[in-house]
Structures are given as C-alpha cells and as structure tokens.
Design a protein. Structure first.
Length: 660
C-alpha cells in the first residue's frame, strides 16, 4: 500500500513537471467531436495492427509484406466493418472518464461480432477470407487493445485531475506533499456496497481509499479493488500509519445494533465518520450508493423493517379516491407520499395550515406529476366543508391524521385539544359514514393508553368514538384505528430539537434521565398504517411493533457523539424536570394481550368500548364544557369517559442540571 501511494505521488510529480500533463491538457482542450475522432483513429489503428500481428504470428516463416499482399482485400475491409460494428454496439457512447468494468463485456461482444462481420462481408464480396487462427489471434489482440486504451485513458485522466493546479501568476516547480496527496479514507465494509463506493471515489481526486475494514475474518489480507482488507482491530494502527481523516461506513444492510457496535469501536478515533444510504433508500432509487452523508441518529434508532405486503398497500388506495386529513403534518405528508406510489384514482389533501398544504402539494406535483390530486383548506370540525369535499370527489378511503399532538401545548390549551382531536374526529367520522366512505383509518398514539395528559385522553376518546360508531348496525363505513409511538424527525419531536441545540452549541435539555420512548421512522410507520387499515373488519384497534424502547438520555449522548463532540465537555445535558402531563414511559396496550395478525409488525388489541347510546350524551357534555372553557368540569368529564386517565401534577421542584 505504501508503495502504491509513493508511486502515485511520483507520477503526479512527473505529470506536473513537464510535457505529459501539458500534452494531455492540450488534448482535453480539443472540442468533444475532435476527441471522439481521435478515439476512432486509435481504434482503427488497433484493428489494423492487431490483424497484421496475427498474420505475422500465424505465418512467421513468410515476410509480413507478402502476407499483406495475399490478404490485402480482406485487410481493406477490417477497419470499416469493425468500426461500424463498434459504433452500432455503442462502444463510443460511454465517457472515458467514467469507464467501468461493463466495457469488458461490451468490447468482447463488439470484437466477436466484428470478426463475424468480416467473414460475412469477405464471403459476400468474394475476397480471400482471413484464416480462422488469424481471426482468433486478431480478436484477442484487438480486445486487449481497445480495453487497455480505455482504462489507460481513464487512469490518466484521474491522475491529471489529482495533479495539483499550479498558479499561472506564481510558478512553483516543486509542490508540497500535502498538495500532491488526496484525503485518505478507510471504508468499513468490504461487501458490494464498499466496492461500489470505492469505484465511485476513484473518480474523485479529493479522496484516496487506503484500506478496507471488515468483520469477516475469511477475507482479511485479501484485496478488493487492489486495496487490502484488514480486521477492525487494525483501525487505529491504519489511521495513524496513513494519516486517515475519514472512515466511511459501507454497511447499508447492517442492523442498527451492528451499526451501534461499529460506531462504539470508532469512538475516540481522530476521524470523521460518514455513511452510505440505507438499502431502503437505494432500492427506492432516491439516492445512489456513492452518495455519502453524515451518520444520523435515525441510522441507529431504526429497526430491521419487514418488507411491506404490496397487496395490503394497494387494497384501499389503488384506483380509489383517497383523502388525507392533516395532509401537511409529519405523518399526513408521508401518508400522501406513500399513497401516491400506489396509483390512486384521486388524492385529496385536506389541511388547515395554508403553508403546510402548499408545501406538500408542491412536493407531490414535482415527485408524482401523473397522480391526480386536489388540495383543500379546511378544518376537521367543519362538517359542511367535509361533506362538500367528500361528495364532490366521491371519497372511498380516509386517513385521519389531523390532530394536536404536542403534549405541553394541549395540556395548557385543553379545550382546543378536545375540540380538535375528539370533536374533530367525531365530525369527520360521522360525515364519512353519511357520505358512504368505505374505509376510515384513524392515526392514534401510544399516549392514548392510560393517559396522563389531555392529548392522550382526547386520542382515546377519538378511539371510543370510532369503536362506538363501528358497532352501530346501520354504519356503512369500516372504521380502523392504528396506535404507534414516536416517529423520528417528526415536527416537535426530540430529535430535531436536540439537533438544533447541538448546532447552536447550547446544552441539550432533557426532562428526566430515565425517560424512555419508542421510535419508528415516518415512512415505516406510514406503510404499516396503510397495511393495518386494509386488515381491519370494523372497530379494530391495531398496534404497531415499535421495537425496544430507547432511553432519551442515551439518545442525547449518541447525538452529541455523532456530531463529533464530547458530552459534558463540548455539549452539556441539562435535566429540567418532568413537564405537566408527561410520563417516563409509554405503553401501547390498555389491558390484556396483543393478538397476532398476518403481519409480523401489526398486532390487534382487545379494548373496552362504550356503546354509542351511552357515549353520545357524555360527548355532548364534554364538547359543551369545552366551548364554555370550564377547565375543572372538563377534566372531570375526561375522567368519566376515560377511566384510565390519571393527570399528573407538575413537580414541586426541578431537578438540578446534570452534565453527561
């Protein structure tokens, strides 16, 4: 490896010192068409020279001039026929700067068909056909020549790009070593992703891959892309030996536990750590393997996602008119993206916030221009507006994501939380049933389970409304509820808040060191919601498998470390105390055991319900008190409707700030 680096540096010095670099720059300054003509001429020369060499090798006892005279008619056909075959098969379409292994097969096909074409035309024109042995030798030499010239040009272009630029104002004959050498990096992962990443970086003069690291002991000591593969125990030695400045994680299919282990092994090393996109991002064709980025906390908190069932994704969406309430929110907007992928007949966006509606509508217009959609401003508490939209577009499926979700804000604005979350759900659900909507899916929350805050209680009331409506014999709409916990990077969640605090160099504020939460990515949650909605029979409450709970204190520490900072030194963690309505942990089930379904990540819940005849008068009282803003009566009615509701009292003292 050291020899390889020194040879590259020597070549760079040679290039900068004199004519080769200037000559190449001169050629590169030619118009593109002239450069293509130059390549045509080189290939034509290879065709003719290869044939002559083959003749000489086959008839070594005869002078070459006599051989050329004997087969001169066939030799006159070599260049035009082979050139035409090469051109038609696309040998001149790839850019030489980005030539890859694919040119090997393309050149082989072109050479073989070129020789076959030469035989065919020689026979048709009744000229002497070259002997079979000559053609075989000629084909081999031609293939080596055309492939060799392309890879040589590509490598020379890489070296030219890597050569330091010399100022025309201040000539410098001897560049510094720092200028000659690229940024040295190590790729962690010697699989296909690591190889593709290495190939992508070969075209970038700013980076130089000096080693691969892999956990598989069977490949230690072997070469990948001419670069040695080492054990992880060699990391620190390699970093010091080659003055490595960056480690790239090329393990897109690794589970979060494996990524956490790898990142722990990199702690304390004087390098930046970046990663390649996940398999999901690559398969979705949103990014390429060569697009590196900073390691994000979502890489560690995500779980191994079960591939979605295409049938379940399509059943309520494909060729149907679908409406999403709260279409501009974190979950609502992702639902819109997922729905657009399933080819609905029409997608209707219903949102109260003008800018949020504009943003998701503009995004969908660009990403899914062929999907018919309509954007409507409106409140879920406005039954007349909902009726107008439902009837106008003959809505068949509704995903109800509109809700106030921020616990402290809803706690201090309880009456508005009840009106929007509970009354709004009731109005939307009843309107959907009157308009003969087939399916209504409610986005619920784990905070609805034994709620300690108004927000959680309102979401449980929303569930009770749908359960009661579903039990009515005359109900047309199939009502389904789906509960899940926190989603990564949603509006108002801890992850973007912590990112802002770290970016500003401020302490991370945490309410309690033992606070735990479930986390799931927004795309995964949305896909599971769509699938669960397709599985329900009516009145079903589904739970999403949220994986293992995460301690928020550990989350804060990891986010600081991923930013290249030291907890307690660069960024402090301050404990502020629990806020009103907040609890240390969340649950997904009120009572009993979760029931398995056909989907491994979706479970059914057996939850108590209140018949509509008993629920309706209680709801009338609750909504009346909400509009009257009688807070004491309001909380009493919440307790009546949701017996598990146990509001917390604001702590009398705040815990002292604590640094990690």
């Amino acid at each position: 490896m050291r020899e390889r680096l020194s040879v590259s540096s020597a070549i760079l010095r040679f290039l900068q010192a004199g004519l080769p670099l200037q000559a190449m720059k001169g050629i590169l300054s030619f118009p593109r068409r002239l450069r293509r003509y130059l390549l045509f001429a080189i290939d034509s020369a290879i065709f003719l020279i290869a044939t002559c060499i083959a003749l000489n090798l086959r008839f070594e006892d005869l002078p070459l001039f006599d051989q050329v005279q004997q087969y001169q008619d066939a030799l006159l056909l070599v260049i035009p026929i082979k050139f035409c075959i090469f051109y038609l098969l696309g040998m001149y379409r790839p850019l030489l700067r980005h030539t890859g292994a694919e040119v090997l097969w393309l050149a082989l096909k072109s050479v073989v068909l070129g020789e076959a074409g030469l035989v065919a035309f020689s026979w048709l024109l009744q000229v002497s056909v070259l002997p079979r042995s000559v053609q075989i030798i000629s084909a081999l030499i031609t293939w080596i020549g055309v492939v060799g010239i392309r890879f040589s040009v590509r490598q020379f272009l890489v070296l030219v790009d890597a050569a330091p630029k010399v100022s025309t104002q201040v000539p410098r004959l001897i560049p510094s070593l720092k200028e000659l050498e690229s940024q040295r990096i190590i790729i962690y992962g010697a699989g296909s992703a690591g190889f593709q990443l290495s190939q992508a970086l070969m075209r970038e003069s700013a980076y130089q891959v000096v080693a691969f690291i892999d956990d598989n002991p069977d490949i230690h000591g072997r070469l990948l892309d001419r670069t040695p593969i080492y054990s992880p125990v060699m990391l620190r030695t390699l970093i010091n030996q080659y003055q490595v400045t960056m480690v790239l994680l090329a393990v897109p299919s690794a589970k979060p536990q494996e990524k956490r282990r790898i990142l722990r092994s990199l702690k304390g090393l004087p390098v930046k750590v970046k990663t390649v996109p996940s398999v999901r991002e690559i398969v979705a064709e949103r990014v390429s393997i060569g697009q590196i980025r900073n390691v994000d906390i979502s890489d560690l908190l995500g779980r191994e996602e079960v591939l979605p069932d295409p049938g379940l994704l399509r059943v309520n969406i494909t060729d149907k008119s679908v409406l999403v309430t709260g279409a501009g929110g974190s979950i609502g907007s992702e639902l819109c993206r997922q729905i657009a992928q399933q080819n609905p007949r029409l997608l209707v966006l219903y949102e109260l916030n003008e800018f949020a509606l504009y943003s998701i509508d503009a995004e969908l217009a660009e990403a899914y221009p062929d999907i018919p959609r309509k954007a409507h401003l409106g409140s879920v508490t406005d039954g007349d507006r909902l009726t107008e939209v439902f009837q106008k577009y003959e809505i068949e499926t509704v995903y109800h994501a509109a809700a106030y979700k921020h616990v402290p804000l809803v706690e201090s604005n309880a009456e508005q939380g009840i009106i929007n979350n509970a009354y709004g759900t009731m109005v939307t659900a009843q309107t959907a049933d009157r308009c003969k909507v087939d399916t209504f899916v409610l986005i619920s929350t784990d905070k609805a389970v034994r709620p300690t805050n108004v927000m959680g209680a309102t979401k449980r009331i929303a569930e009770l409304v749908l359960q009661a409506l579903a039990a009515k014999p005359e109900t047309h709409t199939r009502f389904v509820m789906v509960r899940f916990g926190n989603v990564l990077n949603s509006n108002g969640s801890v992850v973007p808040r912590f990112k802002q605090q770290i970016a500003a160099g401020k302490p991370i504020t945490l309410t309690h060191p033992e606070m735990t939460r479930y986390f799931m990515s927004i795309p995964e949650a949305s896909r599971l919601v769509i699938q669960a909605g397709a599985m329900g029979q009516g009145g079903d409450v589904f739970l999403l498998d949220m994986g293992e709970p995460v301690r928020i204190y550990d989350l804060a520490v990891q986010m600081i470390e991923l930013s290249g900072l030291v907890p307690g030194e660069d960024i402090d963690i301050e404990i502020t105390g629990l806020r009103p309505g907040e609890k240390l942990y969340e649950e997904l089930l009120i009572g009993g055991d979760a029931m398995e379904t056909s989907h491994p990540k979706i479970f059914g819940a057996r939850e108590a319900m209140i018949p509509w005849e008993k629920l309706e008068p209680l709801l009338d009282q609750l909504f009346l008190v909400s509009y009257q803003k009688n807070v004491n009566k309001l909380r009493s009615l919440l307790k009546t409707l949701v017996p598990e509701y146990a509001p917390t009292i604001k702590p009398s003292s705040v815990l002292r700030p604590h640094n990690s």
